[in-house]
Design a protein. Structure first.
Lengths: 929, 446
């Protein structure tokens, strides 16, 4: 008789499952797969969300790649009309900002964790009827601006200051004065045949649009000519056809003298400009042949020329550039202000003024959002006094940073990948930001906090910022009288990420001639100090906001190749005069403030010019803390004195030898006549390898590559490449699969600078393959040099035998050292490598496989352009082209056959698959006049 | 009989009977060793322990605790490997090649030199294991049948190393053991301790010294000597292929196999002479291991030193004559770059210092021998440093050039390797007869 409740079978089954459950009792923290999959979610298939990344005055359209709900990669939005599928390196890297383990996870009140309702009720009650100071970064967002306007209605005492601490005030002042409006024109370098850059870094990493425009005119068919006059060495100088080491204090004089020369060559003055105010400028130190060539080029090119002054220059230099552009007729052609918008940005003076008022007790509360004045405001004493006098300080930010430490209330905000917003970079172009992931922590979008304040103070507000945004778009963006329902319009805009609309044509700007005359007089009187200190936002960390991002700290400076820290660059002449060398620490002092930092002797630096990157020397953040020196205290301070501090610091250079030693590695030709020596085919005892279906190859056009290193970051993000830290960079153990080599050629006073992206060359007869004793690295029948990580035992023989030194060894267990939250950014398609294993570039084999599968599902053969490795996809200059050599019509096949094509170290007979196209330079001919 | 001037010096000084010889050599393992032995053993074992502790640290943490970097992916690990394999060359040369040439002076040295060969190869063998990123997978280097159907890559010189070194080690140990058999039997017969008798009984494999035993013994010894002779030349040639087969400038040289073999014999003899000069004193064997033995060893050192000089000149000539800018640059780095001092040190120690052995008085002077021996060992270590580190640190693309700096772990493991070697040598001298009595007896009455 069976028991009515249990049969024997059921009993045994129960025992069995109980044993099983007991065995599984330990919670291993593993992810449980969806038992009920949300509709539309496809495990293993990436989703892309269009969004927008803002940095300073730029808003980049991006596509965020997510896998299983996690953002893992950022790339450019192909629908964005200006950036065209490219984006800034910072946008690629800031995925690490989302997963930063140091992010604030809940609000803080007086340094203790608190819950949102308590914090916000305290906030609302303390703000009521107070005069409030709100300091933000550049807003760029119409909805944000509208929200602050709404806030002003319920909080009449609100003073809003928007401040970008690392952007100079000179351009804004000059624009206001000479054109009557701070609208910043768009540079259309794709239309420019002659570009003159005065201390202007047009080609640094974030200038995606300018790099694209510049590169579009760097081919055999059409070459522009770039003249760079600069005191420091920038990527613009590195890529210039003519680079002149020129002190920034003389930039304005150069501009006005050029204008005079141009006038003498027959170009009329714009109306209102007085010739006599321009007579005092000398061009001492400028080669007369070069001057003739420059004036001739400008005169010939007219509206196809452009003169750009850099943001670190004073207003008079900008005025000189405006004058030159006006004379050339560049307005409306290479300088396009037709649809630009004015971003009401206050200068650092306005911040100082507000803080002085705060010191006098004028504000009952202050909110600091986005900017970090405790770190970046130059006058620390004034800041301390001001915060002491403000009863309630509120920090809205991502981290418990320097400013947060001075604030009573610290409100953690969403990362941009968790946020909603819109951005207006031109009157005819709006872009949208949408969350690619739900909020990871107990954070709120900053705008939602402001809405809560608005609501708490009695104002009417929609339930959240998304609705606020949508309401505004329905009201103001959707064309009135449109037949499309708003929901469809909105979802289309979200899908595209950008919304183009008609803007009213504005009359062209008119240059105010008398303002130019005034600035010319200022320029004529400006003196030449002994030392000039040029401070610019770091190529990687910008104004310090990315300082806690390991990828960006480890990415070397594009010119000095220094990672994990900043240094002051000094000309070789000055360095030898002061008997200083790399790594010796100097004390810079000005206006009673001092900063100590190491020296880098920079070939090409103008004597008397010191330059350094801002953004380092943060006092908080587990990664950022103590890396480099903070130079904000010396912002706009003069005169600068330099003193040897008598100690040394070790500098983590990623490249330690800077000349080519006469090796034929980076080839460079003078356009249009230069030709490479004909190739000699090497004899071989062996049959060439056969590739039955595909043969993946790459072409890198050195003429297009500017050296911005976006490819390095994209590769790091795509391929789960760890960062290793300063100590290990010093030992040459960085893990980047791809690097950009930078060489100096010629005299240290003004060398030619050559850039070369270097990655695995996927050699057909790879020297790394035959030496591996366990056959862990093999050649695929599609021409890839493949690495079987789980077979590798780590003899490192392959690394020795690689002539390009592109193999990377896991000296430690780096993945275990990656914080748990940062591991969420891993690309699940790429194996994470354990300790003791060699790794290297795979030409993004996972993308090749994905494209092949997609083509198969669609039932069509692979087409040229279906596959783009991460580096090629990120390259703003489109210098990297990937494809199939078996397809003779593919772009890469054509480039491989190019007359400019050569292979690095081809003489070794390793048959590399990467063809480099020799760099083209277009210096003026000696006979030009 | 030859006139006295031309008559060779006796291989054994004074008149020693077979019984006295037995008493002197075979009794040593049974006696309490001298104080010097204990001091030396304590020092060697401490160094060895330090070395193994640091090896453990490396295996637990990662190769990153060493100074190796990119581009210098091999450094102390492979320098030490090549150095110790080189030390292991003298033993087999003495016992096999000199045996075949009927150079009877080898008899007094052979046992000790062979033992040193085995210990040197054991020491060397440590390094390829621990230099792996994942040493626990070292067995993947052997061609063993497995379900995955994976086979090692026979085109890799590292694979050839595995075979060359393991063959050399097996043949050396067999050869040594075979030579030990008669002495082990003597020990068995002499000992009074029961435990030792059981041990030596097992080890001596039932040797009774019958004519039949001797006949087989002689034949086997001759055969193994023939086999080992080839290995003396092949092992270091194969080791040199690790470098010669690669594309690295400074490694890719056809002279490497003979150059490596000569260097190995040079350093091996330096070690043998150095150790025996001490051992004969401590163990009071001056009349069995005579100055004549040491002098003959020194002559080999002198000859090899001249060949080394020739090799260096040859390398310089190749660098110049090839017109290859990479090799040219690397050669200049050997003598003038960051590590130029190491190159000059190697040249001085290996080619100049041993020239003093042209003088008979120097060849027979123990202090001079000691200085030259130490110089030769240091010189050969730095020669491998030159070849490995200097060739790698400035390779093809100047962008990857980087100076190499060893860490305390590197130095500790190097010290530990000497500790391990000398611990083995000292233990050997404690438990086994250091002189092949059976063979020396043959030359007692020459």
């Amino acid at each position: 008789m069976s028991d009515p409740r249990f049969s024997r079978r059921e009993f045994l089954g129960l025992i069995g499952s109980a044993t099983f459950v007991a065995g599984c009792s330990k919670d291993r923290g593993e992810i449980v797969p969806f038992t009920k999959r949300p509709e539309g979610a496809k495990p293993g298939v990436a989703d892309f969300y269009a969004s927008t990344f803002q940095e300073g005055l730029c808003a980049y359209g991006v596509l965020v790649k997510t896998r299983e709900g996690r953002p893992i990669h950022v790339q450019g939005n192909d629908r964005h009309p200006a950036f065209k599928s490219k984006t800034s390196p910072a946008a690629i890297a800031d995925i690490m900002g989302l997963y930063d383990p140091d992010r604030l996870k809940h609000p803080l009140m007086d340094g203790h964790p608190a819950d949102w309702s308590a914090v916000e009720s305290k906030l609302v009650s303390s703000l009521k009827d107070q005069s409030v100071l709100l300091v933000t970064g550049a807003l760029l967002s119409p909805a944000r601006r509208a929200l602050i306007m709404d806030l002003k209605k319920v909080l009449p005492g609100l003073r809003h200051v928007s401040w970008e601490p690392a952007l100079g005030d000179g351009q804004t002042a000059a624009l206001q004065d000479c054109y009557g409006s701070a609208r910043r024109p768009r540079l259309r370098l794709e239309r420019a045949k002659v570009i003159v850059a005065l201390e202007a870094d047009l080609l640094s990493g974030g200038r995606t649009e300018e790099i694209g425009g510049f590169a579009s005119n760097r081919t055999e068919r059409s070459m522009n000519r770039l003249y760079a006059f600069e005191g420091s060495v920038s990527l613009t100088g590195a890529n210039a056809d003519v680079r002149v080491a020129w002190r920034p204090s003389r930039a304005a004089a150069l501009g006005f003298a050029l204008a005079r020369e141009l006038h003498q060559a027959g170009v009329p003055w714009p109306s209102g400009v007085d010739s006599s105010s321009l007579s005092d400028f000398s061009l001492e130190g400028l080669d007369s042949g070069l001057l003739r060539a420059l004036v001739g080029d400008l005169k010939k090119s007219r509206n196809q020329a452009v003169v750009v002054a850099g943001p670190s220059l004073p207003p008079q230099a900008h005025a000189a550039a405006f004058l030159l552009n006006a004379m050339l007729g560049a307005e409306g052609h290479t300088v396009d202000a037709s649809s630009s918008v004015a971003e009401p940005l206050s200068g650092s003076d306005a911040v100082a003024q507000a803080l002085r008022e705060a010191q006098e007790g004028k504000f009952g509360a202050a909110i600091f959002w986005q900017v970090n004045p405790a770190y970046s405001f130059p006058d620390a004493k004034l800041w301390k006094a001001a915060v002491a006098a403000i009863p309630l300080k509120v920090r809205i930010g991502l981290h418990e940073d320097e400013t947060a430490q001075d604030c009573e209330l610290v409100l953690p905000e969403h990362h941009w990948l968790e946020s909603w917003n819109d951005f207006e970079t031109a009157e005819d172009l709006l872009s949208l930001q949408q969350p690619a992931v739900g909020s990871l922590y107990e954070t709120k979008q900053a705008e939602d906090i402001l809405l809560d304040i608005l609501r708490g103070l009695g104002g009417g507000a929609p339930i959240d910022y998304r609705h606020y945004l949508m309401a505004r778009w329905q009201r103001e963006v959707q064309p009135s009288g449109s037949l499309v329902p708003f929901e469809s319009f909105w979802s289309a805009a979200l899908h595209d990420g950008v919304c183009q609309r008609k803007a009213e044509a504005k009359p062209p700007r008119r240059l105010n001639g008398s303002a130019v005359n005034r600035w010319a007089q200022v320029a004529a009187q400006s003196e030449r100090p002994q030392w000039e200190l040029l401070l610019s936002p770091s190529a990687n960390l910008f104004d310090g906001r990315y300082a806690n991002n390991g990828w960006l700290q480890e990415l070397p400076d594009p010119v000095t190749k220094l990672s994990w820290g900043n240094a002051v660059s000094m000309s070789p002449t000055d360095a030898s005069r002061l008997s200083l060398e790399d790594g010796q620490v100097v004390r810079l002092s000005a206006s009673g403030r001092e900063v100590e930092l190491p020296v880098v002797v920079q070939p090409g630096q103008a004597p008397g010019v010191l330059s350094a990157a801002l953004g380092y020397g943060r006092r908080t953040g587990s990664i950022a803390q103590g890396v480099g020196a903070n130079l904000f205290p010396l912002w706009n301070a003069a005169p600068v004195a330099v003193k040897d501090a008598g100690r040394r610091e070790v500098l983590a250079f990623m490249q330690r030898h800077h000349t080519l030693e006469g090796r034929d590695v980076v080839r460079s030709l003078a356009w249009p006549k230069g030709r490479l020596a004909p190739r000699k085919d090497l004899a071989s005892l062996y049959e060439p390898r056969k590739f039955p279906k595909h043969k993946w190859v790459m072409a890198v056009d050195l003429s297009l590559c500017v050296g911005c290193q976006a490819c390095v970051l994209a590769c790091q993000s795509e391929n789960n490449i760890p960062t290793v830290g300063k100590e290990r960079v010093l030992k040459g153990r960085e893990m980047h699969w791809m690097r950009v080599d930078r060489y100096y050629e010629g005299s240290p006073e003004n060398p030619r600078i050559l850039m070369q992206p270097m990655l695995c060359q996927q050699c057909d007869d790879a020297p790394c393959e035959n030496v591996c004793p366990v056959a862990a690295t093999n050649h695929s029948d599609e021409g890839l040099n493949e690495m079987a990580y789980n077979r590798c035992v780590g003899t490192r023989y392959c690394q020795n035998n690689c002539p390009y030194k592109v193999r990377r060894f896991n000296f430690f267990e780096y993945t275990a050292q990656t914080p748990a939250s940062a591991r969420l950014a891993f690309n699940p398609e790429v194996t994470v490598r354990p300790r003791g294993v060699m790794e290297k570039c795979t030409f993004c084999v996972q993308r090749i496989q994905e494209a092949k599968q997609a083509a198969k599902v669609r039932g069509r053969p692979l087409q040229d352009g279906d596959i783009e490795p991460a580096c090629a996809a990120a390259c703003p200059a489109r210098a990297i082209v990937f494809g199939d050599l078996k397809d003779s019509t593919s772009r890469v096949s054509k480039l491989t056959r190019s007359e400019r094509g050569y292979r690095v170290l081809e003489e070794l007979g390793v048959k590399p698959s990467v063809t480099y196209l020799a760099d083209l330079r277009n210096p003026p001919q000696a006979d030009a006049s | 009989m030859l006139p006295e001037l031309l008559r060779p010096e006796p291989l054994v000084e004074g008149s020693i009977s077979a019984a006295v010889l037995d008493e002197r050599v075979l009794a040593f393992p049974e006696r309490r060793p001298p104080r010097a032995w204990f001091v030396a053993f304590a020092a060697a074992a401490s160094c060895m322990s330090l070395g193994f502790a640091l090896i453990g640290y490396t295996i637990v943490t990662g190769i990153g605790v060493w100074g190796n970097n990119r581009p210098v992916a091999w450094a102390f690990d492979i320098i030490n490997f090549v150095f110790w394999i080189g030390i292991g060359h003298a033993g087999t040369l003495i016992s096999a090649i000199l045996f075949l040439f009927r150079a009877r002076w080898r008899n007094g040295l052979a046992r000790f030199a062979e033992a040193m060969t085995i210990f040197a190869v054991m020491t060397a063998g440590l390094f390829p294991l621990i230099h792996l990123g994942r040493p626990w997978l070292a067995y993947w280097l052997f061609p063993y049948p497995n379900q995955r159907g994976l086979w090692p890559n026979f085109r890799s010189p590292l694979m050839w190393d595995v075979f060359a070194v393991s063959t050399y080690f097996s043949v050396s140990i067999l050869f040594w053991y075979l030579g030990l058999l008669p002495d082990l039997a003597s020990l068995r017969d002499r000992t009074t301790s029961r435990a030792r008798r059981i041990l030596y009984t097992i080890l001596s494999l039932g040797w009774r010294g019958s004519a039949g035993h001797w006949r087989h013994y002689e034949k086997a010894y001759l055969l193994l000597a023939g086999l080992a002779t080839g290995l003396v030349l092949s092992v270091h040639s194969v080791v040199s292929f690790d470098f010669a087969v690669s594309v690295v400038p400074g490694w890719h040289m056809t002279i490497f196999p003979p150059y490596f073999v000569v260097g190995a014999i040079f350093s091996g003899f330096a070690m043998v002479v150095l150790v025996l000069a001490v051992v004969r004193r401590v163990m009071a064997l001056e009349d069995l291991i005579t100055l004549r033995h040491l002098e003959l060893g020194n002559k080999v050192i002198l000859g090899c030193s001249c060949l080394m000089g020739y090799s260096y000149l040859c390398e310089a000539f190749t660098a110049w004559y090839s017109m290859n800018p990479y090799i040219h640059h690397t050669f200049l780095q050997y003598i003038s770059g960051t590590y130029g001092w190491a190159g000059w040190l190697a040249i001085a120690c290996n080619t100049l210092v041993p020239q003093i052995f042209w003088l008979r008085r120097a060849r027979r002077s123990l202090p001079v021998m000691a200085i030259v021996g130490v110089a030769a060992l240091a010189g050969m270590w730095f020669e491998r440093f030159t070849i490995i580190v200097i060739s790698l640190y400035h390779d093809f693309l100047p962008s990857s050039w980087l100076v190499y700096k060893p860490t305390f772990v590197d130095y500790g493991i190097l010290l530990g390797s000497f500790g391990f070697f000398f611990t083995c040598v000292l233990l050997f001298s404690r438990v086994l007869p250091v002189i092949a009595t059976s063979e020396v007896k043959g030359s007692l009455h020459d």
